[in-house]
Design a protein around this ligand. Structure first.
Ligand SMILES: Cc1cc2nc3c(=O)[nH]c(=O)nc-3n(C[C@H](O)[C@H](O)[C@H](O)COP(=O)(O)O)c2cc1C
Length: 289
């Protein structure tokens, strides 16, 4: 059976009906019932299971272990604000790995991330240790050198623009001064200007058929960033890595990223060498409606 309401347990309180975003419950005589077509229309958000005080609802594919009880302890606004305020991008790391338990806690946080139509937070490749990350760096630098060389010729510039679309082409063009500095630093020092010698790299990718695949992966990455920061790790989101991984067949194969997936964002993390003494409050332009 795809889904079930235990008539012994259901008290007809109607909470499931209230929270279901798809309106898939109706009251029956002895217990709540699923409406016609519930299996087809359900997005498996699990709100009904999470709300039911009697544990009366089962839906195939949603295990009871996925619904831990609320402990009542949550971060208040001040704690959250302090966490957010103390986060800055970190690009200097101690030369030691990130402990497995810390990585697991990051992934546990990702597992709580919301996603459009509840398609899931996408997928994440975990590269822990420089031996896993280093092999990509020179290919990545070469990739960007090739791209910028290609953008110099008239014909190839035209082709690139068509291939990437106007927006991405313009973004890449504006990134050129930073890329030049990156090449210069790499050539001069032989050091990694892409992942900043971080001991941990997380790459977020998602099936392109998910209507909000990009947004889902960005949210997942944000959750990971905050979970890492909450554990005292330093992090930086890296947008420079996904375009390389996306087009590099060997890397995709090595990381087992399915062809149907789009590589969206990445996060570097490690034990920080620096501690910031001040946070930052940015100007937010607000229009009260
Ligand atoms: C989507 C996104 C992509 C980014 N990509 C990179 C990157 O490729 N390399 C890098 O060093 N920093 C990257 N950053 C970090 C930004 O430069 C940084 O967040 C910004 O300067 C603000 O500083 P803060 O994070 O310390 O507040 C990225 C940030 C975001 C949000």
């Amino acid at each position: 059976m795809d889904r079930n309401i235990d008539i012994e347990k259901c008290t007809l309180c109607g909470l499931c009906r209230m929270v279901c975003p798809a309106g898939l419950f109706r009251p029956g005589e002895a217990a709540m019932q699923f409406t016609e077509g519930a299996a087809r229309l359900c997005i498996r958000c699990g709100h009904c299971i999470a709300a039911c005080p009697e544990d009366a609802i089962q839906i195939q594919g949603l295990e009871a272990s996925q619904f831990p009880p609320m402990t009542g302890e949550t971060a208040g606004y001040d704690q959250l604000q302090n966490l957010l305020l103390s986060r800055r991008s970190v690009r200097q790391f101690e030369d030691r790995p990130v402990e497995k338990e810390m990585i697991e806690k990051i992934l546990n946080a990702v597992a709580t991330a919301p996603s459009g139509s509840n398609m899931g937070p996408g997928q994440v490749c975990v590269l822990s240790g420089r031996d896993k990350i280093d092999p990509m760096i020179s290919s990545m630098i070469e990739f960007y050198r090739r791209v910028y060389r290609g953008m110099e010729g008239m014909l190839s510039r035209f082709m690139y623009r068509r291939m990437m679309g106007k927006r991405q082409f313009a973004a890449l063009k504006s990134f050129k001064p930073i890329a030049d500095r990156m090449f210069e630093y790499y050539d001069r020092t032989g050091k990694d200007p892409v992942t900043w010698e971080a001991p941990l790299l997380l790459i977020f990718h998602a099936p392109r058929n998910a209507i909000t695949c990009r947004e889902d992966a960005i949210i997942a990455c944000t959750y990971a960033m905050l979970a890492a920061h909450a554990q005292g790790l330093g992090t930086t989101m890296c947008g420079v890595i996904p375009p390389f991984v996306q087009q590099d067949r060997d890397t995709r194969r090595r990381l087992r990223i399915p062809n149907k997936n789009i590589v969206v964002l990445s996060l570097i993390a490690g034990h920080p060498k620096v501690k910031f003494s001040r946070g930052i409050r940015r100007q937010v332009e607000v229009q009260w409606g």
